[in-house]
Design a protein around this ligand. Structure first.
Ligand SMILES: O=C(O)/C=C/C(=O)CC(=O)CC(=O)O
Ligand SMILES: [Ca+2]
Ligand SMILES: [Mg+2]
Length: 433
């Protein structure tokens, strides 16, 4: 089954320019129109979007009549999360994005020339604070990078046979913890836990000695199937609202000791960070590419044709406190073995219901070569090959005071759009733990 034939979406017109100034390297040209939640300098929480460095209060835009003719409830943007809007479905998301593109088109004077309205609707990014975009319903994290699975299999298990026999048949995942998903900028406390210290027999409890990040992306869904029903792979695209950057913080010593036989647990559930702006699947359409060839052929419920992967350039940087950041990984979402559509069809294949504001992580995104590995576990091969920061210090894993910054963008010969940043600073373990 082919997923989402590429339809013409007027908001994606690459020729359109906005009357709001946008730098050529901005992640937020008028073709992006992401959705997020922010608090304004007047202490008002609103759903918004962004063009360049200008944040747009969608509740104010709606109240002032700019969405006339688009079927929306009066308070749809006067919310502290996007759940209701996401629940409205793809027709509504499309209509809203298309209208926003029209309002901010350089040739449209209606808001451009209305100073009073502009003052009510527009805010400089410096004058707002981003909040969690959704109230997370449920969280799954997949394991869809074959390169990552191969690397972790070599480190934790058998270098001769790193990939488990199920890997090429089934999109592996684990159930994450939704309560500890936090917005970019939130400090991350180094967790304590049980671990078996390298080479020693003794089991101890204490702050992790191998604090790690995982460079991931995640997709966010709208309600799809009722409990007991499934989703044909050819229909999955209708239910994906958009994507964010995701950092699945991981404590490798805790993980390595606890994970057998049920998988990741407390080594990962202490925190997961996401970027604040949700970039819609519609905005990402121009960046669809073929995925890797799948051999063996997946079972029929996972079979797809067409361009089902996304060409999204990704990077991870570490910034020691008060020092310059160093890029430690450059990779691309296009490497993923299992597509987002296969992940979603698989999640629903047992009749599990897909809900509004669920988050599905891609799994760590590693590329084929060194320099494209998406975690310190792989970059330093579990601490055996430390890397140098720009201040001359070494890193096997993350130190307190280090900030990890994930970034992602798409680019073709016509447009560039991106995801902004997903940041988190490592703080020391709470005393008494
Ligand atoms: O191979 C393992 O035992 C575990 C690997 C992971 O760290 C699991 C995970 O979070 C999935 C991923 O990010 O790809
Ligand atoms: Ca992960
Ligand atoms: Mg985590």
């Amino acid at each position: 089954m082919s997923n989402s034939p590429i339809v013409k979406i007027s908001a994606n017109d690459p020729k359109r320019k906005s009357w709001i100034k946008v730098n050529s390297y901005s992640d937020f040209p008028i073709q992006n129109i992401p959705f997020g939640v922010f608090i304004t300098k007047h202490d008002v929480i609103t759903i918004g979007t962004r063009i360049g460095k200008t944040c747009i209060d969608l509740a104010a835009l709606h109240q002032l009549g700019y969405f006339e003719g688009v079927p929306l409830t009066e308070d749809i943007f006067m919310q502290d999360n996007l759940n209701d809007f996401i629940d409205d479905g793809r027709k509504t998301w499309r209509a809203v994005r298309n209208r926003i593109a029209e309002i901010f088109d350089e040739n449209n004077p209606i808001l451009r020339d209305n100073e009073k309205h502009r003052e009510e609707i527009l805010f400089d990014e410096k004058d707002i604070e981003m909040l969690m975009p959704i109230s997370v319903n449920d969280y799954t994290d997949f394991y869809s990078s074959k390169e990552h699975a191969t690397n972790v299999g070599s480190i934790f298990r058998d270098p001769e046979n790193p990939l488990l026999p199920n890997y090429l048949h089934i999109p592996i995942g684990y159930h994450g913890r939704s309560s500890s998903i936090v917005i970019s900028g939130t400090g991350i406390r180094r967790p304590a836990g049980q671990r078996k210290t390298n080479g020693k027999k003794e089991i101890t409890f204490g702050p992790t000695k191998s604090m790690d990040f995982e460079l991931e992306m995640a997709f966010i869904t709208t309600g799809a199937n009722k409990l007991g029903n499934t989703i044909p792979i050819g229909e999955t695209d209708q239910y994906i609202f958009g994507m964010v950057l995701l950092n699945d913080w991981s404590a490798r010593d805790i993980q390595a000791w606890e994970y057998a036989p049920l998988g990741p647990f407390l080594g990962k559930s202490f925190a997961t960070s996401i970027s604040p702006w949700i970039v819609t699947m519609d905005a990402l359409q121009p960046f669809r590419v073929d995925g890797p060839e799948q051999d063996p052929k997946p079972l029929p419920y996972l079979r797809q044709t067409g361009k089902n992967n996304y060409d999204i350039n990704l990077s991870a940087s570490i910034k020691p406190k008060g020092k310059q950041e160093a890029v430690v990984c450059e990779t691309n979402l296009k490497h993923m073995y299992w597509s987002v559509y296969q992940q979603l069809a698989h999640q629903a294949s047992n009749g599990c219901n897909i809900c509004t504001a669920d988050i599905y992580g891609s799994g760590t995104i590693s590329g084929p070569e060194k320099g494209s590995f998406g975690s310190m576990l792989e970059i330093t091969w579990n601490g055996k090959e430390p890397i140098k920061m720009k201040d001359g210090t070494d890193r096997k894993f993350l130190k307190n005071g280090d900030t990890v910054i994930l970034r992602g963008y798409c680019k073709n010969d016509k447009i560039r759009l991106g995801f902004g940043e997903c940041r988190g600073i490592i703080k020391k373990t709470k005393e008494g733990i």
